[in-house]
Design a protein around this ligand. Structure first.
Ligand code: FAD
Ligand code: EPU
Length: 348
C-alpha cells in the first residue's frame, strides 16, 4: 500500500502516516500500546483510497471506547473529516449532515446555538460523530437512533460508498449492524441527523429534573437541559484527561422479567428498568454489590463514584485492565448468574 498515492508527502498534507505510533495519545484509556502504521486522514478521496488499498485496517475516531492491548500489528485509520451542513429545512425540522471526524460534543453545542433540539441530552459524550452510530450512543433517556436520519460509509476493500437509513442500521441498546454483521467492514464518513425546531425537552431521566429544580429553572430549554446533563456527568464520571477511562466498561445486562423477579426475591433492593418485555439491570449496582466499587489492583480500579467505569491510574497496560475486568465478570457471575459483556471495543 505504501507506494500508492495516499502515501504522505509534502504535497499531500491530507494524509499523515506515523510508523510504530503510540496509541496512548489517541485513546482515552491512556494505556501504553502501539500500532504498526497510523494513518490520519482528513479528506474524503484520500480516505476512499485508503479503504481500497490498506489491508484490513482498524478504524479510529476519538479513541474513547477502545481498550488497546499490546502492540497492534495492523494499520489504523483515523478518520478526521470535518464539516457540518444544514442540508434540508422544513418548518418542523432541519436535516444536518455532519462529517465523521467532528467531535460529538461540539456538534451538540452547535445544534443548541442553532436552536435545534434532539441531542441536548447527549451532551459531553466523548468521541467523534462517525463513531456515534456504532454503538448507538445514549444517555439520559435519549439514544442517537431517535434523531438519526442516515449515514454514508465507505466499504473496506471496494472503497464504494454505501448509504444507510435508520432501518438499515438495526439500532439497539449500545448496538447496531456495525457491531454485528458489518463489524469492521465500513468506514462511516458522515452522519445526517433530523433535528427539531420544536423543543420538547426530556427531563424525566436520572437527576436532570432534580438539578433543574436546584437551579430554580421552571421552564427549561434545550440549553438548560444540556447544562444540567454536563453538570451531572462531571459530578460522577472521571475526566479522561485526568484519569484514563473509556466510560462504562460493561453494558447494562438485559434479563428476562422472570429472572429479574427471581433475583428480586433474593435481593429486594435490586434496581431494574423496563426494556421492552425484559428488564435492564444496572451493572454499576451489580459491581458495587459484589464489592468491587472503588477497589484498586495495581494501576487499575473501579471508579469510586461510578463502579461501572474502570480507570487507569497511570501506568496500566491494556492487559491489566482486561485482567481486572475478568475478576469483576467472575464475581458478578458467581453471585447473580449474570455474565457482564464489555461495552468497550478490545483491540489486540
Ligand atoms: P472510538 O473509541 O475511536 O471507536 C469506537 C468504535 O467505533 C471502534 O470499534 C471503532 O473502530 C469504531 N469507529 C470509530 N469511528 C468510526 C468510523 N468513522 N467508521 C466506522 N467505525 C468507526 N457512550 C455512550 O453511548 N453514552 C455515554 O454516556 C458515554 N459516556 C462516556 C463517558 C466517558 C468519560 C467516556 C470516556 C466514554 C463514554 N462513552 C459513552 C463511550 C464513547 O464516548 C462512545 O462510544 C463514542 O461514540 C466513541 O467515539 P470515538 O470517536 O471515541 O470512537
Ligand atoms: N449504580 C450503583 N452503583 C454505581 C453506579 C450505578 O448502584 O456505582 C446503580 C444505581 O442504582 C443508579 C443506576 O445504577 O441509579 C444507574 O446509574 P447511572 O445513572 O450512573 O447510569 P448507568 O446505567 O451506570 C448508563 C450508561 C452511561 C450513561 C448513563 C446515563 C450504559 C452501559 N451506561 O450508565 O453511558 O451516561 O447511563 O444515561 O448503558 C457509556 O456508555 O460509556 C456511558 C457512560
Amino acid at each position: 500500500m505504501t507506494n500508492h498515492s495516499i502515501t504522505p508527502s509534502p504535497n499531500n498534507p491530507r494524509v499523515e502516516l506515523i510508523n510504530q505510533a503510540s496509541l496512548q495519545p489517541f485513546t482515552t484509556f491512556g494505556v501504553s500500546s502501539t500500532c504498526d502504521h497510523l494513518y490520519r486522514i482528513d479528506e474524503i478521496e484520500e480516505l476512499r483510497l485508503a479503504t481500497q488499498y490498506l489491508e484490513d485496517p482498524l478504524i479510529l475516531g476519538g479513541g474513547s471506547n477502545i481498550l488497546p492491548m499490546g502492540n497492534i500489528t495492523r494499520n489504523v485509520l483515523r478518520v478526521e473529516l470535518k464539516g457540518i451542513e444544514r442540508v434540508e429545512e422544513t418548518d418542523e425540522y432541519a436535516l444536518v449532515k455532519i462529517a465523521a471526524g467532528e467531535v460529538w460534543h461540539n456538534v451538540v453545542l452547535w445544534a443548541i446555538d442553532q436552536d435545534l433540539a434532539g441531542i441536548e441530552n447527549l451532551s459531553l459524550i466523548p468521541g467523534t460523530t462517525g463513531a456515534a452510530p456504532i454503538q448507538n450512543i445514549g444517555a439520559y433517556g435519549i439514544e442517537l437512533s431517535s434523531v438519526f436520519h442516515s449515514l454514508e460509509a465507505l466499504e473496506l476493500g471496494s472503497g464504494q460508498q454505501k448509504d444507510f437509513l435508520t432501518e438499515d442500521c438495526r439500532f439497539g441498546y449500545r448496538d447496531s449492524i456495525f457491531k454485528n454483521d458489518l463489524r469492521g467492514r465500513m468506514v462511516i464518513t458522515s452522519v445526517t441527523l433530523k433535528l427539531s425546531k420544536q423543543h420538547n425537552v426530556h427531563t424525566s431521566y436520572g437527576a436532570i429534573q432534580q438539578t433543574l429544580e436546584e437551579w430554580n429553572i421552571k421552564d427549561p430549554g434545550i440549553r438548560d437541559v444540556s447544562k444540567a446533563v454536563i453538570h451531572i456527568r462531571q459530578s460522577k464520571l472521571p475526566d479522561p484527561a485526568q484519569l484514563g477511562n473509556a466510560g462504562s466498561f460493561f453494558k447494562n445486562p438485559v434479563i428476562s422479567a422472570s429472572a429479574f423477579e427471581d433475583l428480586k426475591k433474593q435481593y429486594p433492593e435490586i434496581p431494574g428498568y423496563p426494556a421492552g418485555n425484559e428488564v435492564k439491570v444496572p451493572a454499576g449496582w451489580l459491581i458495587e454489590t459484589v464489592g468491587w466499587k472503588g477497589k484498586r489492583v495495581g494501576n487499575v480500579g473501579s471508579y469510586a463514584k461510578q463502579a461501572l467505569v474502570l480507570v487507569n491510574f497511570g501506568e496500566a497496560k491494556g492487559e491489566d485492565v482486561w485482567a481486572f475486568a475478568q475478576e469483576i465478570i467472575g464475581s458478578v457471575e458467581q453471585k447473580f448468574a449474570i455474565r457482564l459483556v464489555p461495552e468497550v471495543n478490545i483491540w489486540s
